[in-house]
Structure formats: structure tokens, C-alpha cells
Design a protein around this ligand. Structure first.
Ligand SMILES: Cc1cc2nc3c(=O)[nH]c(=O)nc-3n(C[C@H](O)[C@H](O)[C@H](O)COP(=O)(O)O)c2cc1C
Length: 218
């Protein structure tokens, strides 16, 4: 399938229904398209706030593609035609990337195409934190900052503002999880230097926080 045919299929909306097309997309672009996000439904905000909590016991049941798509969109997806995000971010400079670390590798969330971009083959889940559950839960989000885009700031200020970006996205994930009956915990107990090196991050990029997501155990 050529890129032109692929684009035609995407425009026609056929990609969500036709698995062979999805496979072709991955082949041509190294991207895994995610299902269209449903923007209605979910629990009312006050109920989601009531149910928001950290849960640290996870089932190994995988997350369906629909859930993964909506979870990532909640974290840092595009919610306006201008390209702005579901979470606020530092001084209108886009410094934060969200990576999905799963059994089948490390994937970079691309909000523009609502897709996962293949980054690494390896299963790095166990390296995303210092707690036992991280290696077995189906998904660990890793919040990564482009420090090189925060030019005028000290290293300390870069980490501070990038951490705030991550925290807003993390709270969006908490609320989506509360709404969908998923378990999650935002985590700072991460060897960020080691993880950044395992993830082969470029110069200037650094890990701020991680967040485990899955179905609750039992
Ligand atoms: C900045 C930050 C770092 C955190 N790091 C960890 C962590 O490394 N491991 C963990 O199990 N929980 C971590 N948490 C979750 C907190 O322990 C949890 O939010 C707090 O105990 C309150 O519980 P609740 O979220 O259920 O209300 C972190 C939370 C924040 C905001």
C-alpha cells in the first residue's frame, strides 16, 4: 500500500474498521493509529473527583485500544482546532512528551495524528520505577521533557516547570481512570537518569515522572 492509498483510507475513516489497513499503517509509518476518541460519556466530573485515588495493585489484563487512546488523549491530547492540549503547559512552549511503556515496547504518543509512534522494541516496564507492580502492569506512562526548549531557564527551573506540566497531565489521567474504573498511581520513585538512558532519550530530554495504569486487581 502506498502512502497516498494509505491517506485515502484514513480520510475515508476505513482505518478503524479494517485491520489489514492498520497493519499497513504500522508498516509504512512505524505508527500505530489509535481509535477515535469518544468525547461524550464518562462519569460526571464530581463523581470522578469523588472516586479519584491512587491504586497500586494491578491486574495483568491488557488495556483495549479504545481505552489506551482515550487515556492518552485525556493526558495530553488535542482538544481545540488550534492544537492546544487537554492539560495546560509552561508558557505556551510544548516541552512535554508522553511515552507509553508496554510489554511490546516503548511508544511515543503523537497527539496530532492520535497515534503511537514506535520508539524502542524492549519491554522497559520494570525500569520505570522502584515498586514491584510497575513491571507487571500493562502500561506505564513516562512524562519526558525537552529541556533544550526551555532555553533561558536553569536546570532546576526546567525540572520544576516540566514537573508541573506532567502533574496536570497526571491528574487528567487520574480523572479518566476514576471515570473508567481503572487503577492508576502517579510516581516520583523513579531512577530518572537510568530510565532516560534505557529509553535512549536525546540530549536535553529528561524524565520527570511516571504513572502506572491498568485494571485493578481482583
Ligand atoms: C509528586 C508525586 C509523587 C508521587 N510518587 C509516588 C511514588 O513514587 N509511588 C507511589 O506509590 N505513589 C506516589 N505518589 C502518589 C501519592 O502517594 C498519593 O497521591 C498520596 O498518597 C495520596 O493518595 P491518593 O492519591 O490515593 O489520594 C506520588 C504523588 C505525587 C503527587
Amino acid at each position: 500500500m502506498t502512502r497516498r492509498e494509505l491517506n485515502a483510507a484514513l480520510v475515508a475513516g476505513a482505518v478503524l474498521a479494517a485491520l489489514p489497513v492498520v497493519a499497513a499503517v504500522a508498516e509504512v509509518t512505524g505508527k500505530r493509529p489509535l481509535p477515535a476518541v469518544r468525547r461524550d460519556g464518562g462519569k460526571p466530573l464530581m463523581q470522578a473527583l469523588e472516586e479519584r485515588r491512587s491504586i497500586r495493585e494491578f491486574s495483568d489484563k491488557p488495556l483495549p485500544a479504545q481505552v489506551l487512546s482515550e487515556l492518552l488523549w485525556a493526558a495530553y491530547g488535542i482538544n481545540r482546532p488550534s492544537g492546544e492540549r487537554t492539560a495546560p503547559y509552561w508558557r505556551h512552549v510544548m516541552v512535554t512528551d508522553v511515552y507509553a511503556v508496554m510489554a511490546d515496547g516503548v511508544w511515543l504518543y503523537d497527539p496530532t495524528s492520535q497515534a503511537l509512534e514506535h520508539h524502542l522494541e524492549a519491554d522497559l516496564r520494570a525500569q520505570t520505577g522502584q515498586q514491584d507492580f510497575v513491571g507487571a502492569a500493562p502500561l506505564n506512562l513516562v512524562y519526558v521533557a525537552h529541556g533544550e526548549r526551555m532555553k533561558e531557564l536553569s536546570a532546576e527551573e526546567r525540572r520544576l516547570y516540566a514537573s508541573v506540566d506532567a502533574a496536570f497531565a497526571g491528574q487528567n489521567v487520574y480523572l479518566y481512570c476514576a471515570s473508567e474504573g481503572l487503577a492508576t498511581v502517579f510516581r516520583g520513585a523513579v531512577d530518572v537518569a537510568k530510565l532516560g538512558s534505557a529509553m535512549k532519550l536525546a540530549d536535553g530530554q529528561f524524565v520527570t515522572f511516571a504513572q502506572t495504569v491498568g485494571y485493578p486487581k481482583g
